[in-house]
Write a protein that binds this ligand. Structure first.
Ligand code: CP
Length: 331
């Protein structure tokens, strides 16, 4: 049986030592990630100079699924923390010769890896790895199946905090393929914990999980209705790689009902911001005039990803040190 992820990812004194999910983490801990990340940004939102927090540490990027933003920003974040970073080329690694995931990881541990940043198509992969690596190795979940993408959610929280002067009391709509979205799940947990007034999930019935309201979100099938009074509109990509059956009549029909156009955006608050974790599919879930328009903060999100990943990596390494010192470690 798998251990409780919200416990597995914490050291005895409550510090983060892995980052597997936003679910179950306290408001204080989520806020401390945002505060730490903000400390890596100057007043204009640009990154400050390189810091030595992870000097002498080795980080391994293990991406079993494709990525542009997450993989690159983890690499840049590790470099800015002065860590050594290895991007394992999975296609050319010995996994193609039948080596198991854990054998690959144990070999990398033997090379003195201190942290694995893991993206995997299987939900629960990062959790499984965190349970099986040696205790001093930190695991950061860079997206597992449709389960969680916690650093994406936290960079989204930082974006809302900076562009909407906080998260508390905000009305947020998350729109599109909620069913297959690890990002939506991690965002809902973080938004609810950080005090958003309302989290709306919007899409066709085939793309809204039946139990989504159990997470504290409100389901909407009518996009126009869902946009009313919104402070933040988060668009999601149709994740066709995870769709086993035809869940939509057509992409053009999906765009007609759930695509974000300038006309639709006008139904939200006039100062609403538009977000998207990327990659965006123009003309499928969002039109170019909106994606590139004045209310879009989509590229800002990408930049904040470096600061948030620096924060999480630095905090996990610190939590690992506390964990090794044991429960008697100073608080
Ligand atoms: N948002 C996100 O996870 O993008 P990538 O797949 O490019 O990493």
């Amino acid at each position: 049986m798998m251990s409780d992820p919200s416990q597995l990812q914490l050291a005895p004194n409550g510090e983060l030592r892995h980052f597997l999910t936003t679910e179950g983490l306290s408001k204080e801990l989520l806020e401390s990630i945002l505060t730490k990340a903000s400390g890596f940004l100057d007043s204009k939102g640009d990154l400050i100079a390189k810091v030595p927090l992870l000097r002498g540490k080795s980080v391994v990027n293990l991406f079993f699924e494709n990525s542009t933003r997450t993989r690159s920003t983890f690499e840049l974040a590790a470099t800015r923390l002065s860590a050594d970073i290895l991007n394992l080329d999975i296609q050319r690694s010995a996994t193609s010769k039948g080596e198991t995931l854990m054998d690959t990881l144990w070999n990398l541990e033997a090379m003195h890896a201190d942290m694995f940043v893991v993206r995997h198509a299987d939900s629960g992969a990062a959790h499984f790895i965190a349970e099986h690596v040696t205790p001093n190795v930190a695991i950061i979940n860079a997206g597992d199946g449709r389960h969680a993408h916690p650093t994406q959610a936290m960079l989204d929280m930082l974006t809302i905090q900076r562009h909407k002067q906080g998260i508390e009391g905000k009305v947020v709509a998350i729109v599109g393929d909620i069913l297959h979205s690890r990002v939506a799940r991690s965002q809902i947990h973080a938004l609810k914990t950080l005090g958003a007034a309302e989290v709306r999930v919007v899409g066709p019935a085939t793309l809204l999980p039946k139990d989504i309201e159990d997470l504290g979100a409100k389901a909407y099938y009518d996009f126009s209705l869902a946009l009313r009074d919104c402070d933040v509109v988060i668009m999601l990509r149709l994740q066709k790689e995870r769709m086993q059956n035809a869940l939509l009549p057509s992409e053009s029909e999906f765009f007609r009902l759930y695509g974000l156009t300038s006309e639709k955006l006008a139904l939200a608050k006039p100062d609403a911001i538009v977000m998207h974790p990327g990659p965006i599919n123009r003309g499928v879930e969002i039109e170019s005039a909106v994606a590139d328009g004045p209310q879009s903060v989509i590229l800002k999100q990408v930049g904040y990803g470096i600061a948030v990943r620096m924060a999480v990596m630095a905090m996990a390494m610190s939590g690992q040190r506390t964990n090794q010192a044991g429960p008697e470690a100073p608080q």
